[in-house]
Design a protein around this ligand. Structure first.
Ligand SMILES: Nc1ncnc2c1ncn2[C@@H]1O[C@H](COP(=O)(O)OP(=O)(O)OP(=O)(O)O)[C@@H](O)[C@H]1O
Length: 358
């Protein structure tokens, strides 16, 4: 039987495959193989423009990995750092933001190519209201698809996307007249035109009724099972929607409170004495447990710190760490430089260590 870890090409060159993903490291092709995203010691800072406190740390030294074919829920109470972490992983941070740490995409340091291999669905839909659904998608196809794509191929792609996202029946409707659910699906469709292997979605279900939200996440789940990697920030998913996510990342005050299989989160919280009451939505329970309530701010912060500290040394964290270490080890073995620092301003170095507000 062939050894899964190593094989050789017809040209005799050695190939090392990840025992975790069966992926080759001798060439880099996220489109063919799906994307595994891994990050190590990632921190995000924002520029405050205040005297004496120029930077505030909003993501605090987190490491993690998301496998190809996963649908990941990035959750936490308001202000926990969900959007900040996701935009950093998507290489789409704002100018006033500094990201420190390493992010690898299938063992390669992330870079400007992220825009070519990933889609980003924004929380707020930006459309020209008087266009029809079909017109909007044709314009987006012209802008986003490879220049060599023929007009016939573009038409075909738009038709296929409308069919897959149940937009055919409203294709001739002006965007101003379609429903909230249809708008969300149109926004998602625009990101899917180029068929990116990696998708980031910022609160895709906000403003949707439960049926439309479930339908959208079910579509994402289907896409993930065909190999895409999809990361979503999400607020208050129903139990049914929450179960559709294979992995969950729980953030609290910029730290990791849990990351791993959605189905294992309850076990971790239970090990710390937080048992989900019967008939309670697990997603709501985690968010409540990690919320800082104004009436008991200090004790909430202490409880959150305890949870994050326990998670950092838990078996769940070790499991993730194995993947992260492996990805970085392979990058090192293949002599790929992993250092990644985005939008680091020249003033950053001089003020950095003395001025961080956490
Ligand atoms: N430009 C900024 N200046 C100062 N603070 C900021 C800035 N951007 C973000 N923050 C703070 O960083 C923290 C994390 O923000 P982020 O938007 O990532 O949180 P979130 O979990 O996505 O929140 P929400 O669920 O409310 O959208 C918040 O406390 C926010 O106020």
């Amino acid at each position: 039987m062939e050894d899964q870890r190593s094989s050789s090409h017809s040209d005799g060159s050695a190939t090392e495959s990840s025992p975790l993903f069966g992926r080759s490291y001798t060439y880099w092709s996220p489109v063919e193989e799906g994307v595994t995203l891994s990050w190590r010691d990632l921190s995000v800072y924002v520029l405050l423009k205040q005297k004496g406190q120029p930077y505030k740390r909003i993501i605090n030294n987190v490491s993690g990995a998301v496998r190809a074919g996963s649908l990941v829920a990035l959750m936490g109470s308001s202000g926990a750092g969900k959007t900040s972490l996701m935009t950093a992983l998507a290489y789409r941070t704002a100018d006033h933001t500094v990201v420190e740490g390493d992010v690898l995409v299938n063992g390669q340091p992330m870079g400007d190519y992220m825009r070519d291999i990933s889609g980003f669905m924004h929380q707020v839909d930006l459309f020209i209201d008087h266009l029809t659904v079909s017109e909007h998608l044709h314009i987006m196809a012209r802008l986003r698809l490879d220049r060599r794509t023929t007009s016939q191929e573009r038409k075909q792609r738009v038709l296929e996307i409308m069919r897959n996202l149940s937009l055919l029946k409203c294709r001739r409707s002006k965007i101003s007249t379609i429903s909230g659910g249809e708008k969300k699906r149109l926004s998602f469709a625009s990101e899917l035109l180029t068929d990116p292997p990696l998708l980031f979605c910022d609160e895709p279900t906000t403003g949707l009724d439960s049926y439309s939200a479930q339908k959208l996440i079910a579509m994402m789940n289907l896409m993930a099972s065909s190999g895409k990697t999809i990361v979503c920030t999400i607020h208050q998913p129903s139990s049914q929607i929450f179960k559709m996510f294979s992995q969950v990342i729980l953030l609290a005050s910029g730290r990791l409170a849990y990351m791993g299989a959605t189905s294992n989160a309850a076990e971790f919280f239970e090990s710390l004495g937080y048992r989900i009451p019967a008939n309670y939505n697990p997603a709501d329970f985690y968010i409540r447990t990690l919320a800082v309530l104004p009436v008991s701010e200090d004790s909430c912060k202490q409880a959150i710190k305890t949870i994050c500290d326990h998670f950092a040394v838990s078996d769940f964290a070790k499991e993730i760490d194995v993947i992260v270490q492996y990805e970085f080890h392979m990058a090192r073995t293949m002599q790929i430089p992993t250092l990644f620092t985005k939008s680091r301003s020249s003033t950053f170095d001089t003020v950095f260590t003395s001025s961080i507000v956490t």
